[in-house]
Design a binder for this molecule. Structure first.
Ligand code: COA
Length: 174
């Protein structure tokens, strides 16, 4: 998998050497829960996540900024769609870097990669209704709002949440 270079970022495959950086932002209680995952309590938890979800996975990138990994972004399987040429965009960023346009820059680059390099037909995205920062990233990338899937996800606390669902086709992106 190739690195994706943008104006300010390098999107690159994660390795186990990035575990400390990933733990640094994943232990923050404001990050994971907004995406439905539990904040990491120990570096060992991060190590397991690195091994099972991040390292060696196609189409999941670490977001490198000033030589540090400050987040991740990926095109993952969409549980709501059966088209092999559809993927779902997911991302998380260290709170230290919110509000600087970083995720919008990363997401636009990953959309370009998804459509131009992977030849995808459609990319989807979802966020919880309260997650207005993620909503803005999705809007700024040009996604079309499809609707709210009520009671769509059970998160790690057992709570059931609605998700707002969006998608963008290759034609719309161009
Ligand atoms: C969502 C997240 C990735 C956004 O990253 P980011 O780099 O801060 O995003 P950007 O700076 O590119 O854009 C954020 C936009 O949301 C806006 N925003 C942020 N918080 C907001 C709020 N509470 N209410 C309204 N708008 C908000 C910002 O003003 C900005 O919009 P603007 O450019 O029109 O001013 C980051 O907050 C994050 O990692 N959150 C925790 C994990 C998560 O939510 N993952 C996504 C799950 S769907």
């Amino acid at each position: 998998m190739k690195n994706i270079i943008t104006k300010n970022l390098v999107l690159r495959p994660l390795t186990l050497d990035d575990t400390n950086d990933v733990f640094d932002y994943s232990k923050n209680k404001n990050v994971g829960p907004r995406a439905g995952w539990k904040p990491h309590e120990t570096i060992e938890e991060t190590e397991v996540i690195m091994e099972t979800i991040f390292v060696g996975q196609e189409n999941i990138w670490g977001i490198e900024y000033n030589k540090r990994i400050i987040g991740s972004i990926g095109l993952i399987e969409d549980p709501h769609r059966q088209n092999d040429q559809a993927r779902m965009l997911g991302y998380a960023l260290s709170e230290d870097y919110w509000g600087q346009g970083i995720m919008t820059e990363a997401a636009k680059a990953v959309l370009t990669y998804g459509f131009d390099t992977l030849g995808l037909d459609l990319i989807s995205a979802v966020h919880y209704p309260f997650n207005l920062g993620s909503q803005r990233v999705i809007e700024k990338c040009g996604f079309l709002y499809e609707g709210t899937i009520r009671q769509a996800e059970k998160i790690y606390t057992g709570e059931i949440r609605d998700v707002k669902a969006y998608s963008i086709t290759r034609e719309e992106f161009r």
